[in-house]
Design a protein around this ligand. Structure first.
Ligand SMILES: Nc1ncnc2c1ncn2[C@@H]1O[C@H](COP(=O)(O)OP(=O)(O)OP(=O)(O)O)[C@@H](O)[C@H]1O
Ligand SMILES: O=P(O)(O)OC[C@@]1(O)O[C@H](CO)[C@@H](O)[C@@H]1O
Length: 305
């Protein structure tokens, strides 16, 4: 089974404006609400690609209830821990002449809440896959993922980590199967002059088995465990909402790899899922992902062999 962990899930409030005027009362043209948080998005795109998962994490309050019931309605299994105070955060995504995001801190789980998560993780098996994604409230220590991953160290399960900074670096000793920094996150770690390929190599030398560096509209580079570099382009069209493109890429890559063991196919399916989300109002639907995969691979025959 695949498990996603999102420490701080969210409701994404996407508000559309023609022009954002700072310091003024702005009126939206329209607004949308999405179930969000990085691991939650991975679970949603996995479902879209026909693969089940269980979403783990911490929720509370009316937003937490909306998230839980919304996922259930989509047929996604959840096994959340219910916090005793605070509410699941609402992240504001402003779509005007440019995209502006305001992500909340999220409610801070207590040590007892983390113990409950630990109990769930202890039950995971060698052939399970654990995906841990997103940021954590800043009062939590930067070794929080490290402590979670330590619980799995005696198991052979594949681990995927999609986060940034020290949270990411501290997780590399657990030899994650995949990490997916974007190019800005890579430059934050290694400095502005680092290339995607150089940064990927440094992260692989520090423990990551496969490293995808996502480059937004310029596609993605994969330094795979076989030592080869693979590249993928993107699909073109009107960009509607890039929120969740990175999460879609993680889901697409994993499904492509599970189905074929072929790094290039997996990266193409990842990029197709990422692009399809960028070209959709919310997360991409199945037909759009495979439509994009056909464009990227230049063939109608994109089913896994
Ligand atoms: N403007 C775009 N047009 C087409 N494809 C895109 C665009 N932006 C992103 N993608 C696709 O999605 C992938 C992931 O995007 P990106 O590098 O922005 O990840 P990210 O920063 O982790 O995303 P997010 O945090 O918004 O989920 C890219 O590698 C690309 O395949
Ligand atoms: O604050 P974090 O955890 O870094 O990111 C949270 C978030 O921006 O990531 C998802 C898109 O990747 C959104 O659904 C969500 O609002």
């Amino acid at each position: 089974m695949i498990y996603t962990i999102t420490i701080s899930p969210a409701i994404d409030y996407v508000v559309h404006l023609d022009l954002l005027k700072e310091g003024m009362t702005n009126r939206s043209t329209h607004e949308e609400y999405f179930l969000g948080g990085k691991g939650i998005n991975v679970s949603q795109v996995l479902k879209e690609l026909g693969v089940g998962s269980v979403a783990l994490g911490f929720v509370r309050g009316f937003t937490g209830q909306a998230l839980e019931s919304g996922l259930r309605d989509k047929g996604i299994d959840t096994d959340f821990i219910h916090l005793t105070q605070g509410i699941t955060r609402i992240n504001v995504k402003i779509k005007a002449d440019e995209e502006t995001e305001i992500n909340g801190q999220g409610t801070v789980p207590t040590a007892a809440d983390f113990d409950k998560l630990a109990e769930k993780l202890k039950k995971l098996k060698d052939d399970d896959i654990l995906i841990i994604s997103g940021n954590i409230p800043k009062v939590l220590p930067q070794d929080t993922y490290d402590r979670i991953l330590k619980l799995t160290k005696d198991k052979k399960m594949r681990i995927i980590v999609d986060t940034n900074g020290d949270l990411l670096i501290n997780s590399l000793k657990y030899r994650p199967f995949l990490i997916k920094p974007n190019i800005d996150e890579l430059k934050d770690i290694f400095g502005k002059d680092i290339s995607a390929e150089e940064g990927a190599l440094k992260l692989q030398e520090s423990g990551a088995r496969n490293v995808i560096v996502s480059l937004g509209k310029d596609g993605a580079v994969l330094l795979a465990e076989d030592g080869n570099i693979y590249r993928a382009g993107v699909c073109t069209g009107k960009v509607l909402n890039t929120v969740g493109s990175g999460d879609s890429m993680v889901a697409g890559f994993l499904v492509g790899y599970m189905q074929t063991g072929d790094y290039k196919y997996a990266l193409d399916l990842g990029s197709a899922a990422g692009s399809a989300t960028a070209l959709s109002p919310g997360l991409a639907e199945n037909h759009k992902i495979y439509g994009c995969l056909k464009e990227l691979r230049g063939t109608e025959d994109v089913q896994p062999k």
